[in-house]
Design a protein around this ligand. Structure first.
Ligand code: C2O
Ligand code: CU
Ligand code: CU
Length: 535
């Protein structure tokens, strides 16, 4: 590895304060690792339905009044396929929205024009190891990585973002993220709102300096430990949070929390319920009315919005409602002061019903049919694999382990064509540096630090079997419990302090090294990420 790169990583790791995010280092080609199995050629025998160039590069974009902002952007270009498959706004830091159908074959040529290594991951997608965007597959500036896979997932709301180890946080924060919408035959039969009535709502938080440039990790080590929080909410890459919609219409809103570490308790300002129809990798079996939804980092939730009888001129707001995140001893970390603290109340999205329209879509009673996995199918039903998420020696770990590029243990190895139950535990009370578990509940447990961890598993969609809040602080549990969705197929769960969640999944089709990690991107970059192996 090139020395400058090493230095910068060390710098980021040590987290000196004021680390600016968009420092570009001159790129030197000398560090190309010839042993990497980079996939930089198309395969002649792969016949894609869609062929797309996806280029990551630095551009300047007008975001705020005044100076444009330097961002990193995925730019898409359709080489082959239906023109509706790629929707892009050049004046937005966010990447394109890709629309694909189950069974389609997709080729994506990722071109890295960033001043550092990167690789793209298709979050939630069931793809072979070499197309999963593993950190070991990073490419350098000027190189291309070719993805060629068949869409095997169900209809759902997926997304894509970079996944280089140690740099996912800054790369996503600088703008590198896009949505990937999958449809299938079952969904098409439902006649859900399409086109302008199928609306992405990508939620992020950002922070700017006086020159309109993005600020990241301005509190150094502290931001890495806690996760970086911006001080203003962005919707679909825009700061004004406005969404103009039409009276007389019904909508499918696809929420994606693409923030680095912030999560949301989304609820309408007037207290009316949200009608949830989808989550991560599937529609729900039936629409479900909820008072609010907890949208953890990286999670998606599709909701139904009926404006049939809402007159033109109406404005209403989606808020993040107050909740207790159960973080302990944070005050001691040096003034938790964010202008927009996690768990405070603030507006996320303003819906402006600005003109008359019409569509005929009605909310179906039944959405998707699927057989949830039966626990009796699991080979480890009586003794689920347990993973504990905690801090040790001032580092976030999974079972005391941190990132190793290709390292994987026996405890992290599963067999192809088996079903397993995993027990994910956010150890209440924290873990002291000597490794001794501090017993006790919630805030007073005496541990070093506890935080919510949004846990994500690559390659699979799982069912949630049970949540055990018995070790949780009651205030925390009570402030989030009615917003948790346990139905459908999911790939990420928000593991609140003290929470235990049992999930069940099948390992199918592809062997190899895949990731499981905390999707708080600062935790992930710090090493709260591990391989699991399907063999
Ligand atoms: Cu959204 Cu490992 O990723
Ligand atoms: Cu993923
Ligand atoms: Cu975490």
């Amino acid at each position: 590895m090139e020395a400058k790169e090493l230095d910068r990583r060390k710098f980021l790791k040590l987290g000196s304060t004021g680390a600016a995010v968009l420092i570009s280092f001159p790129f030197l080609n000398a560090c190309k690792d010839s042993s990497a199995e980079n996939n930089n050629d198309i395969s002649a025998d792969f016949e894609p339905d869609l062929d797309i160039d996806l280029t990551a590069k630095e551009v300047e974009i007008p975001i705020l009044e005044g100076n444009p902002t330097r961002v990193w952007k995925f730019e898409g270009k359709l080489n082959k396929g239906d023109s509706a498959a790629l929707q892009e706004d050049q004046n937005n830091y966010l990447g394109p929205i890709l629309l694909v159908r189950k069974g389609q074959k997709v080729r994506i040529r990722f071109k890295n024009q960033l001043p550092e290594e990167s690789i793209v991951h298709w979050h939630g997608m069931h793809v072979p190891e070499k197309f999963d965007g593993h950190p070991k597959d990073v490419i350098n500036n000027g190189e291309t990585y070719v993805y060629e896979f068949e869409i095997m997932n169900r209809a759902g709301t997926y997304w894509f973002h970079p996944h280089p180890h140690g740099r996912t946080g800054p790369q996503v924060y600088n703008g590198l993220a896009g949505m990937l919408l999958v449809t299938d035959e079952e969904e098409e039969k439902l006649d859900l709102p399409k086109g302008e009535f199928d609306v992405p709502v990508i939620i992020q938080d950002r922070k700017f300096d006086e020159n309109n440039q993005l600020v990241y990790l301005d509190r150094g080590r502290m931001d890495q430990m806690m996760g970086f929080l911006g001080n203003r909410i962005f919707i679909n890459g825009k700061p004004d949070k406005e969404l103009p919609l039409k009276s007389g219409c019904t909508y499918r809103l696809r929420f994606l929390n693409a923030s680095n570490s912030r999560f949301y308790k989304l609820g309408w300002e007037d207290g009316s319920p949200l009608m949830v129809i989808g989550i991560d990798g599937s529609l729900l079996e039936r629409p479900r009315s909820m008072p609010y939804i907890m949208l953890g980092v990286a999670k998606r939730a599709d909701i139904w919005l009926d404006l049939k009888n809402i007159p033109v001129g109406t404005r209403f707001t989606l808020k993040s409602l107050p909740f207790s995140a159960g973080m302990m001893n944070m005050g001691m970390m040096g003034g938790m002061a964010s202008d927009l603290p996690l768990g405070s109340e603030y507006s996320v999205l303003n819906i402006n019903v600005d003109e008359q329209g019409s569509n005929t879509n009605e909310l179906p009673d039944k959405l998707a049919v699927f057989n949830k996995i039966n626990p009796s199918e699991a080979i480890n039903r009586d003794n689920p694999r347990t993973f504990k998420f905690f801090m040790q020696r001032m580092e976030w770990t999974i079972d005391g382990r941190t990132w190793e590029t290709t390292g994987v243990t026996e405890e992290e190895t599963v067999k192809l064509n088996t079903t397993e139950i995993w027990n994910l535990v956010n150890t209440g009370g924290g873990m002291m540096s000597d490794g001794g578990m501090m017993k006790g509940k919630g805030m007073m447990g005496g541990g070093m630090m506890q935080m919510p961890h949004p846990i994500h598993i690559h390659q699979v969609q799982f069912n949630i079997l049970e949540r055990d809040p018995s070790e949780m602080d009651e205030d925390v549990w009570n402030s989030v419990k009615d917003g948790l969705i346990d139905d459908g197929w999911q790939d990420t769960v928000l593991l609140m302090p003290g929470m235990k969640i049992k999930i069940i999944m099948r390992f199918k089709n592809f062997k190899g090294l895949f990731l499981y990690h905390c999707h708080n991107l600062e935790h992930e970059d710090m090493g709260m990420m591990r391989n699991y192996k399907i063999e």
